[in-house]
Design a protein around this ligand. Structure first.
Ligand SMILES: [Zn+2]
Length: 485
């Protein structure tokens, strides 16, 4: 009964992202945006909320907001208004946050999220600019206020330019929510709007979660706050859906509330009931003029934008004959994609994809090296692929060559020569195969009688005799020819 009932439940998930914009300075003052520096070393009267200090909007932040809006297929507003969002909290020295309310910088839009073999279209409700609050540090606990002996405030983060992106409740599952967050990160990085590093708090995610009633009407939604890793986005939403399902299955009602996901217990906890939620009393910020975003200003920004991941993926599929998955791997890292394009312009594109997304990426990941810091150049990769293609090096020997080039930055042909990794020449291979056949007469006989399984054993002997330098395809062909099968 329970499983039957479960099947009638349908998850309804919407996400809200807070994204730190990649500006040098804060949203409304000239203080530098920093991470991990000593507390309260980057502050001024404006971001500390001293009386009479006047904010000035950061032009670059506005430009980055427009870029993000264009990348998410939004309508950029001709006029946007900054508003004061009033609430009282220690991380907010002015007693209000400068944000946008009923006239945000962008409205509407969508994000096409690759999800397995499908694409999920997630609507974008709005995108607006605001300033981040400061950071409370609760002393004597793992960071929570409960049980702490005191709280300190670090104002370095206060006033950092923040973009809020709100999606429609179009996301069907926790896994799809994770994919959505991940895809958004890729896009923001690709256009240089944000580093969007969740660990540094540059990308934070809230989720609105509800279960649609069997009659199709919407259920009560809860809000899951401040998830700070892609994995926790998925796990937190899954935990909350399960909690709601259990309440409904037990005949209870889901209460509208704000929750926090605890990864250690894999449970959600209530933060505060919405009944006590603040009435923010928004009103237009009198110290800032409305933003006028003309069509020509927006058009100019659009022209300067780099290629978006979706477009690049489609181009890689089209131009280089890669599968959407292969293209996706390449496009997820802009430097890797550029490296690939250089190699693919001079070598077989499919081989280039295999080597770069396989062995090369594994070496980068293992050593924690970025593409641009690696000693392997596109030229090296072209040469290596050429050596394998012409049969001068076997595939397995080429892997060893790549390992050495990765460490030393030598040319692949030099490594092959010095280490004696070249393929065994044709007559030499002929002799080796003869030798293997005569020293393994029983196995040879079985192959002659049609037992193909034993070919693998004989191949192993050939490889052993040549220290892995034989061209596998050629050795196999030779073996079979000599054994008449
Ligand atoms: Zn400042």
């Amino acid at each position: 009964m329970q499983t039957q009932q479960r099947r009638t439940y349908q998850a309804v998930i919407g996400l809200e992202f807070h994204v730190h914009l990649a500006t040098r300075t804060k949203m409304f003052c000239g203080c530098r945006v920093t991470y991990g520096e000593p507390p309260n070393t980057h502050t001024c009267p404006v971001c500390l909320g001293h009386p009479g200090a006047l904010p000035v909007a950061n032009e670059r932040a506005i430009e980055l907001g427009v870029m993000a809006g264009l990348a998410l297929n939004c309508d950029v507003s001709e006029r946007a208004v900054f508003a004061r969002k009033n609430y009282f909290y220690p991380d907010l020295p002015k007693g209000y946050q400068i944000s946008q309310f009923d006239e945000p910088i962008c409205l509407g839009g969508h994000l096409d999220v690759p999800f397995g073999d499908e694409t999920i279209r997630v609507g974008i409700t709005r995108l607006h600019l605001e300033e981040d609050a400061a950071k409370n540090v609760h002393v004597g606990t793992s960071g929570r206020m409960h049980g702490s002996v005191g709280s300190l405030v670090d104002f370095n983060r206060g006033g950092t330019p923040l973009m809020e992106i709100v999606t429609e409740p179009d996301i069907p599952s926790p896994e799809a929510a994770r994919a959505t967050a991940n895809h958004l990160k890729d896009i923001l990085r690709a256009i240089g709007v944000s580093e969007a590093d969740m660990e540094k708090g540059q990308l934070r995610c809230d989720a609105n979660v509800s279960i649609r009633n069997p009659d199709g009407s919407f259920g009560t939604k809860t809000e899951l706050k401040n998830m700070n890793s892609f994995r926790f986005v998925e796990k937190g939403i899954a935990a909350e859906l399960q909690r709601q399902e259990e309440i409904l299955a037990g005949g209870g009602r889901v209460e509208q509330t704000t929750l926090h996901y605890d990864p250690e217990t894999d449970e959600v906890h209530e933060l505060r009931s919405k009944e006590f939620a603040h009435d923010y009393r928004y009103f237009p910020e009198p110290d800032l003029l409305p933003l006028e975003l003309s069509a020509s200003y927006v058009g100019e920004i659009g022209e300067r934008m780099p290629e978006l991941p979706d477009a690049m993926r489609a181009r890689f599929v089209e131009r280089y004959g890669l599968s959407p998955y292969e293209a996706g791997v390449m496009v997820s890292d802009r430097e890797l994609a550029a490296f690939y394009e250089e190699v693919a312009s001079e070598a077989d594109p499919k081989q280039a994809s295999n080597w770069i997304s396989g062995d090369f990426r594994a070496l980068l990941n293992e050593s924690g090296t970025g593409v641009s810091d690696s000693k392997v150049t596109p030229g090296h990769m072209v040469e290596l692929i050429g050596l394998v293609g012409s049969g001068k090096v076997s595939r397995s020997a080429a892997r060893t060559v790549l390992d050495v080039v990765f460490k030393t930055g030598e040319r692949p042909s030099e490594v092959v020569e010095r280490e004696g990794l070249g393929s065994v020449e044709a007559d030499e291979l002929d002799g080796v195969v003869d030798g293997v056949i005569s020293s393994n007469p029983d196995e040879a006989e079985r192959v002659r009688n049609g037992d193909k399984k034993v070919v693998g054993f004989l191949m192993g002997q050939v490889m052993k005799a040549t220290r892995g330098n034989a061209d596998g395809g050629r050795a196999r062909e030779l073996l079979l020819r000599k054994l008449g099968s």
